[in-house]
Design a protein around this ligand. Structure first.
Ligand code: SF4
Length: 355
């Protein structure tokens, strides 16, 4: 397929496709799916080989959020049957992180529900970061605490945080349909703020909320423009008690096309398979490893995933290997001081591949 040859050539150079090409990936037929996976798989292997980075979530604070994101079980007024608690103590969080690291995780994501941290919360999380790092040598720590105010990113960086996650989740044009308490621009601001503080930016999307292909390409291109180092792709888990409870899932084939499109749009970024993979990709999860180079190990924030041992078995069975703590995840040009930012078609430079 001519389209796929073009996308591979661009992806191997670190260039993203045109909007029309990204839409065309989403519109490919089920019978062409393996060709699409193989093409995006070549791009994935160019930048990340056959390595899979494992990430482990520690939910520091759960539920009781004043925001109303309609996909979220922790939203204002949610009737979802989830655990609700306020701030884990640093030693509790460190003990939980240890279990993830023992299972092979090289990044621990410290997540708290809520609009954003107070300065007191930042001090508490700073203690937790120290405790996690002390007990787990070499581990990367990513914080995910909501909107950052002035100076909070700097304080997290000083405390030892390596990265900050704040997802765009949905396209700008439809953002108000999924949330009324904040806007798309607020999310963009926080991703920029994190980067400005020297934190590795992590920002992704949710598919399966009833969005169009155009919406998915819009959010993928908005992410490309923000140029995060990591791009988590979530598939909606339609929690009972939330407005999206009755949302029809995507087919596993559609999920793979979304992941392939994101890989082509962000060829040399860490694309991470995140929440909802068990419910939406189901038995096709191993094929996703040809597209993403990173997954969450085991459970998510308020839902259970497959067990960590099943994840490790899946990775080995599919012919991939868990990325070791001594390996740098990102290609060198993304981590060097004179970092080359995102390249678009026609603006490409020859970049050294990492694999
Ligand atoms: S701000 Fe975060 S925790 Fe709160 S409702 Fe939205 S996604 Fe859920």
């Amino acid at each position: 397929m001519e389209l796929l040859n073009t996308l591979v050539d661009n992806g191997l150079r670190g260039e993203s496709p045109t909007r029309a090409e990204a839409l065309a990936v989403l519109a490919t037929r089920d019978e062409d799916l393996l060709d699409v996976v193989a093409a995006a798989g070549r791009v994935r292997r160019q930048w990340f080989g056959r390595r899979v980075k494992l990430n482990y979530l520690v939910n520091l604070k759960s539920g009781l959020c004043p925001e109303d994101c309609s996909y979220c079980s922790q939203r204002l007024g949610s009737a979802a049957d989830i655990l609700k608690y306020t701030w884990l103590k640093p030693d509790e969080a460190a003990a939980s992180a240890k279990a993830g690291v023992a299972g092979g995780a090289k990044r621990v994501c410290l997540v708290a529900s809520g609009r954003g941290p107070t300065d007191r919360d930042i001090a508490r999380v700073a203690e937790t970061i120290s405790a996690v790092k002390e007990g787990n040598e070499g581990v990367e720590v990513c914080a995910c605490l909501g909107f950052l105010s002035e100076g909070q990113g700097d304080r997290l960086r000083e405390a030892g945080a390596d990265a900050y996650n704040h997802n765009l989740n949905a396209a700008e044009a439809t953002y108000q349909d999924i949330c009324s308490t904040h806007g798309f621009a607020d999310r963009v601001d926080t991703v920029r703020r994190a980067r400005d503080s020297g934190l590795s930016p992590c920002s992704g999307l949710i598919a399966g909320m009833g969005e169009s292909h155009e919406d998915l390409v819009d959010v993928a291109f908005a992410l490309r423009d923000l140029d995060p180092d990591s791009v988590p792709v979530n598939f909606l888990i339609p929690f009972e008690g939330t407005p999206l409870a009755g949302q029809q899932p995507l087919t596993p084939q559609e999920c793979l096309r979304v992941l392939a499109m994101v890989r082509f749009v962000c060829p040399d970024a860490e694309v991470r398979l995140a929440g909802g993979r068990e419910v939406q990709l189901r038995s096709l999860q191993p094929l996703a490893l040809h597209l993403v180079n990173s997954i969450f190990l085991g459970d998510y924030l308020t839902s259970e995933g497959q067990t960590g041992s099943a994840d490790l078995e899946m990775i080995a069975d599919a012919g991939f290997e868990v990325e070791g703590a001594d390996t740098t995840t990102l290609p060198e040009h993304r981590t060097s001081a004179d970092r080359v930012s995102v390249r678009r078609r026609g603006a490409g430079t020859d970049l050294p591949p990492n694999a």
